[in-house]
Design a protein. Structure first.
Lengths: 338, 338
DNA sequence: CGATTTTGCAAAAACGTTTTTGATAACCGA
DNA sequence: TCGGTTATCAAAAACGTTTTTGCAAAATCG
């Protein structure tokens, strides 16, 4: 149906290889011939068949994003920003983006993530959403398949990674609050500490509390779950402490919004009586009233950088051994709540 | 590097074609031989190379989502839900999802959307985010390439489509408010009427107002822009009308949240003095206080249904001529604001 | 028991590219 | 004029599958 290189060759009155040469610049073709060829291409609306091309070049010009099940609970904006970032980088280098979702009900759910690699339908893979200890990408790294781990430190594994500096983000939150005179600063973890980001934020909080105030009071630490409502109960506890906190850092904006709500119920005004800082810089932080001061994870840029890295890896710009671990700083958006 | 079908054949002591037969069931293979083959496959971790396979079968087992620039402004959750829905359907039928974003700065931005089709790197395409009058998919339809238009009625074009019933959604909003005794119900369009959904919601509003109250008062109609703040100014106008509305339907949740805010400023309590209904059932509607009664567009299901339809189209289950126009009803989520 | 069908597998062509190798013609310097 | 480049293009192999055709052996049948 669609025009092939043969059709173009016939139309231009040359051999197929000449068409290929003209398109790829892989050999000298006379200007005049080139012109004829490109005109024929234009007339026939020809584009090389990717499968045929891929078969011989061993390149698909696809980069894949493997989304493990864990990512399902992610803040909506997060995953989408990563995808958009990927799209931008991919577009620049003439790649397309392939998505592969973990099949939760399969016998070996991770297998489908790896199939993209096994089928060779992408030249490289970015994986996000894996939890501590989970390493479905082990095979990729062992086989030196271009791979970038996103949203997690790659300490467990010698592989390239792009991550947000969650620790710095939490540190910055404390620093910001300290600058406003707060000393009793509480922290609610965003979710299970199985998730690296959660642990990292906690570490950053502790570190900052130690740096600024000589130590972290465990009384001020609350273990939130993924449910936003975990902010609810914990706020009640925190605000009923004898020496109650004047500020709460919530591990996610959704939790922060509940904190504010609970505070209001308890007759506690935000930010006057209680400062609140969230994480993610999601719509929630902008829409809540008061709007929430929030720590942004630069997900779009992470997706972009990860894709760039991946493409370098694919095209041989950087070696697999010289493991790159890109860590991007978080950004504080000051709003009404603190 | 990776194992090929030849390796498997050698390992199992058969010819390559036999391996292919065993895997695809396209010819009889003795049970005993089959067993040997599958063991070899398992040992070698073999998966057929997609490019090679695609070259002969003319199938890539990819379905593509083409996201036109307009979709950039979409509510975050919307695009992601569509993608997730696609992922679910694709997973069931052993397809993968390819994304192709419009390249805004290209000479012919639409071309990149079509390249996926021209390069034959996907077996079918879903397109979303096109505006009225824009028909970058014309070529696809003309060539009878499997294609589904998503999020728009396909009236302009004889093609399959999956859409939310925006008109019914708006109608339902009015009906719901009427049921609560409201008669002066205002409407703020979600964005430019260039976007079909926007026009459809307006139509639904008008129709309902006519059905329930004999006509729509144009005074109660406000033309919002994409900026959420458009709800701000318009609310002020609406609430200062002599015969002021007791309810406002906002074309998007983000706008609704601004409406609530402005109402509060004007000393108008929601929902007591003013009922508010939004659209999209986004996080915003859940997080806002009061939480916002909102009309959900079933985007995840739309993505799912569109993909199913597309795959049927690809695999010949349905014909291209028997144009299907799936319209899914919106769902009203009652919350505090109305 | 011979003729026919069925079963199980192999050989080989085909898919649409890229790329290596080669051939021819033009050009150039001495 | 001539050997040696250089420029331009063509022929053909290769990529890893699927699929058509075919063939031998086994099974079935009258």
């Amino acid at each position: 149906m669609a025009a092939t290189i043969k059709d173009v060759a016939k139309e231009a009155g040359v051999a197929v290889c000449t068409v290929s040469f003209a398109m790829n610049g892989s050999a000298h073709v006379a200007e005049e011939t080139k012109k004829r060829i490109f005109e024929a291409i234009e007339r026939l609306n020809y584009r090389p068949n990717q499968s045929a091309r891929g078969l011989v070049t061993k390149r698909t010009n696809n980069i894949g994003l493997a989304v493990s099940e864990t990512a399902d609970g992610l803040e909506n904006g997060i995953l989408l920003d990563v995808i958009k970032g990927m799209g931008q980088a991919a577009g620049q280098y003439n790649y397309d983006v392939m998505l592969s979702f973990q099949k939760p009900h399969a016998a070996k759910p991770d297998d489908h993530l790896l199939d993209v690699y096994r089928k060779q339908s992408a030249d490289g893979l970015i994986m996000m959403g894996t939890k501590k200890g989970e390493m479905p990408y082990r095979e990729l790294v062992a086989k030196r398949f271009p791979f970038v781990l996103l949203g997690r430190p790659s300490a467990e594994c010698m592989c390239h990674s792009v991550n947000a500096d969650n620790e710095q983000g939490a540190y910055m939150a404390v620093e910001y609050l300290a600058g406003k005179g707060h000393r009793r600063i509480a922290f609610i973890t965003p979710c299970s500490l199985e998730v690296d980001a959660s642990q990292d934020r906690l570490n950053g909080y502790r570190k900052a509390m130690t740096d600024f105030f000589g130590g972290a009071d465990d009384e001020l630490l609350a273990y939130g779950s993924f449910a936003a409502d975990s902010g609810y109960a914990e706020t009640e506890r925190l605000l009923s402490l004898k020496d109650r906190p004047t500020a709460i850092i919530a591990g996610r904006d959704a939790i922060a919004s509940r904190v504010i709500e609970k505070a209001a119920e308890l007759g506690c005004k935000v930010p006057e009586d209680l400062a609140v800082v969230g994480f993610d810089n999601s719509v929630v932080s902008q829409v809540a009233r008061p709007s929430i001061t929030s720590i942004e994870l630069p997900m779009l840029e992470m997706g972009y950088r990860a894709s760039n890295l991946l493409i370098q890896l694919i095209e041989g710009g950087i070696s697999y051994d010289n493991t790159q671990r890109i860590v991007l700083p978080c950004i504080l958006h000051a709003r009404e709540s603190a």
